[in-house]
Design a protein around this ligand. Sequence first.
Ligand SMILES: [Zn+2]
Length: 243
Amino acid sequence: MTRSRSRAVSGLLTVATAVAPATASAQSTGGPQAGSVDVRVVRADDGSPVHAWTVPASAGSNTVAWDGTTSTGPAPSGSYRFELGTDARATQQGAAASSTGFTFLDHMFPIRGKHDLGQSPTNGYGGGRGHQGQDMFAACGTPVAVTRGGRVRFAGFQSAAGNYAVITSKRTGLDYVYMHMRAPALVKQGDDVTTGQPLGEVGDTGRASGCHLHVELWSKPGWYSGGTAFDPLPRLRAWDAWS
Ligand SMILES: [Zn+2]
């Protein structure tokens, strides 16, 4: 289709991402009458929109960044793509109206290597001794990543926890606790960290028999601050499915 003198908005975007934020750029080649163009993020399976922007379609490149949220909160992990609005698509001249799909992860599984989620009940929440988290096994030295970005609430060493870190996500409202890391966490109290950022390595510091990562999840207002620990295993399993 050719429509000269009309605006042409072309060339969405390369999206290569595993974690938020995802970004896309729309190349606009229209004239002064170009106006604006709608860009949105849609679910890959049914095309339903989760977020939208209106950007000026002036000549050049416009970039939008999706922070992984919808109007009702964090978007679930899954496959998404960026799309141009219908109006802009009508004036396309052979350009892609949508991006290639990308996988958005609302969390990243913390152990970035071969691991075992913990088979025995004593590895789990409760565990017959008031165990407040899940013990997951991997070789000492296996990289540990931030499961969900936020602000570092505590990072240090404690006789039972070993090298540990507690990270609060404002968006999910949870505290994420990581224990027994081989060396002090790569982050310090007060740091703002992103999902997937390196946090340390699996270790056996503190009260630990064998190399493993102990993970706890706490509800608001957080770790030993009035929140409550709950069984993290169902969520860890779901995050692991994407790892
Ligand atoms: Zn444990």
